[in-house]
Design a protein around this ligand. Structure first.
Ligand code: C2E
Ligand code: CA
Ligand code: CA
Length: 651
């Protein structure tokens, strides 16, 4: 039978094992922390050296000792392999196994020592010893039936093949009593080729398994939220994607968002905020059922995957929210927090991950506006409202960037002097076609999407610019601007106003700030503080839309207020509605008693104006006097009014 002769096979084995040794050595340098590549390098080097010594006997180099050494070196390979496997698989019984392997090796070398001189007994001992060691390796691997990946299956197969070969060879030696180099050439060559191939396969499989493990570890790390240890956004998105692809039945997404987390963060510090998020994760995670998933989506937003139809999912979301009712103990302090949730359902609402997330977000937005702790399921009409809002937001952003924010000014008439000494600035978005968009459509959006500070800043700048122009002809002219409740909370408000007044060389008493009750009662302490700060700088404060909220007159009047603007809903009805009339009358009297200046808003006809004047109202604003107009038009209007006045008074 034609097959490579034994010396050639030996040479091949030596070279391939040397190669494996070099390869493993390089791997060890690259991945020292793996902790087992050096064992494999050592084992393969031992194999190469062992087979060289073995070959030297065939090439008639000095025998005996080298023959024994060869067998020992070759036998050390499975021992080292075993150690390497143990480390690769993180097996824990290290001591017992190390002792077991050491004993086996010792027994093997003693047997070989005893057998020196007899080729038959040497072969028997070496082959038997190796067969036992390889089988033990196989047994360890199987016994620790871990989830094997492809690389480890390869190792398993290689070790099994080696063990099988060695047992076969041992059997053939025992039964047929054949001399090593003759007799059964197929078995001999297989006995050499199989370990050779196994060595190569192992060299490949180990690094592969190591790299697979690294990749898995990296993926796990990149899919965990560092703070809470929960799955993060990318894992949540992957899991949703997998679920939808697998079409595993209904799925609901619940977005949870903490109510007032920003306040906690601001007042108690970020460390407390972080600790709270961790505590929430720790409280909610044990409550999850097997198929549910809780992920931190970012900031104070969590996402829960609920594999149920919408109604049970909504119930589950409520259960999870109610688990947050008990206070959290953070740094020996009790912190109360509530959350709102928005739900979207697959396949009812949408069938893509992105769309489901978007819809849950829309529902969450609605839940937030409904107040603390509400759970809201997405409905299509919410989507339309959200789309409309998104469009307004985009238009506003664009207008802010392209300086298309404009102010119109509505004069306020002093009813004693019949002079116009001040005006209110009202904001507009100037469209690219020159049209003007009214504030009712975009102020709310600006507040919700965080654009209010930028908008307020531009309004302030434009108002100061307009006021400075107006004061060139009317040196005593004043202007009022509207402040949103959000702006009042801004700690830099006074500084910003200061800066604007200075930039336009305006005295601070030329500017009046209009605020609604809602701005004051949301956080009365902060509001009182801010107002005192502003007043100390000489600015005047007006209470706008007075009467509509009616939240405790006396309480409101404790704030440092200079001007009361009676809401136009009363003023417009005062001639036709006795209650409205009584109210306006009462408010005027009250304000005068308290030393406040009263302004009636929305005056639309002359009779109403005359009545207000008779009641002692100090100022009026409304279409009967003038509609809002731009600064140039107001300048002209003021000039015309001044020209008309002498004639008017001569009537
Ligand atoms: P507001 O402060 O009560 O402003 C008065 C509103 O009444 C203005 O509407 C004005 O055009 C309108 N008006 C004036 N006279 C009459 C009248 O005789 N009859 C009727 N029916 N309406 C009259 P506008 O400009 O649409 O402003 C609406 C609201 O938008 C304002 O109500 C104010 O709350 C808010 N706003 C306007 N500009 C700003 C701003 O720069 N910043 C902030 N935060 N809010 C603003
Ligand atoms: Ca106003
Ligand atoms: Ca008003």
């Amino acid at each position: 039978m034609d097959f490579p002769d034994i010396p050639t096979l030996l040479l091949l084995t030596v070279c391939s094992n040397a190669l494996v040794a070099v390869f493993m050595g390089l791997m060890h340098r690259a991945k020292r922390d793996a902790g087992y590549f050096h064992l494999l390098a050592l084992g393969a080097a031992g194999m190469a050296a062992g087979w060289s010594l073995y070959a030297s006997r065939i090439w008639e180099w000095p025998p005996e000792v080298s023959y024994l050494l060869a067998h020992l070196l070759i036998a050390s390979y499975p021992a080292l392999l075993l150690l390497a496997l143990r480390r690769a698989l993180d097996l824990t019984e290290s001591r017992r196994w190390r002792w077991g392997v050491a004993t086996a090796l010792l027994a093997l070398s003693l047997c070989l020592w005893w057998a020196i001189g007899s080729r038959y007994w040497m072969t028997l001992c070496a082959t038997g010893g190796n067969a036992v060691l390889f089988s033990a390796s196989l047994w360890v691997l199987l016994r620790h039936g871990r989830p094997f990946d492809l690389a480890r299956w390869t190792i398993l197969a290689a070790v099994a093949a080696c063990a099988l070969m060695l047992w076969l060879r041992l059997g053939s030696v025992l039964i047929r009593d054949f001399p090593l180099a003759g007799g059964d050439p197929l078995l001999v060559s297989l006995g050499l080729i199989v370990p050779l191939l196994s060595g190569l396969i192992l060299a490949m499989a180990f690094p592969v398994s190591e790299f697979v493990r690294d990749a898995q570890r990296l993926q796990q790390q990149s899919e965990r939220d560092e703070l809470t240890g929960l799955p993060n956004r990318s894992q949540a998105q992957r899991r949703i994607g997998e679920y939808l692809e697998g079409r595993r039945g209904p799925l609901a997404l619940a977005f949870l968002d903490l109510d007032g987390f920003k306040r906690i963060n601001d007042s108690l510090g970020h460390a407390t905020g972080d600790a709270l998020l961790t505590a929430i994760a720790q409280r909610l995670e044990p409550l999850l059922k097997p198929q549910e998933l809780l992920a931190r989506f970012g900031g104070d937003e969590f996402l829960v995957l609920l594999p149920y139809p919408p109604t049970p999912a909504e119930r589950r979301a409520r259960e999870l929210l109610s688990a947050m009712a008990a206070p959290f103990e953070i740094d020996l302090r009790e912190v109360h927090v509530a959350a709102s949730a928005g739900l979207s359902a697959f396949p009812l609402d949408a069938s893509s991950e992105r769309e489901l997330l978007r819809l849950a977000d829309i529902a969450l937005y609605r839940a937030k506006s409904e107040g603390r702790g509400s759970v809201v399921r997405y409905r299509p009409d919410m989507g339309e409202a959200a789309n409309a809002e998104l469009e307004i937001e985009l238009a506003l952003r664009l207008a802010l960037e392209q300086s298309r924010i404009a102010l119109v000014l509505q004069p306020r008439l002093s009813l004693d002097s019949l002079r116009c000494e001040s005006a209110e600035a009202l904001v507009r978005i100037r469209g690219t076609d020159g049209s003007l968009q009214m504030p009712d459509t975009f102020i709310g959006v600006a507040e919700r999407c965080g654009l209010m500070p930028r908008l307020g800043d531009q309004v302030l700048g434009l108002a100061c610019e307009a006021l400075q122009q107006l004061r060139q002809r009317n040196p005593e002219f004043n202007l009022s601007i509207n402040l949103s409740p959000l702006e009042l909370r801004d700690p830099s408000l006074s500084a910003r106003i200061d800066a604007a007044l200075t930039a336009w060389a305006l005295p601070s008493d030329s500017l009046e700030l209009e605020l609604t009750e809602s701005a004051l009662i949301q956080d009365p302490v902060l509001a009182a503080e801010r107002l005192s700060e502003l007043k100390a700088r000489g600015l005047r404060i007006a209470l706008d839309d007075f009467g509509v909220g009616f939240s405790g007159l006396s309480h409101l009047l404790e704030f440092p207020i200079d001007v009361l603007k009676i809401d136009r809903s009363f003023v417009s009805r005062m001639l036709s509605d006795a209650t409205a009339s009584a109210l306006v009358e009462g408010l005027i009297a009250l304000a005068r008693r308290l030393g406040l200046r009263v302004v009636a808003e929305g005056v639309e006809d002359q009779d109403c104006l005359a009545r207000l004047r008779a009641l002692g109202c100090e100022e009026a604003q409304g279409y009967v006097i003038a509609r809002p107009m731009d600064a140039a038009a107001l300048s002209a209007w003021l000039r015309d009014a001044a020209d008309a006045r002498p004639r008017e008074s001569s009537d």
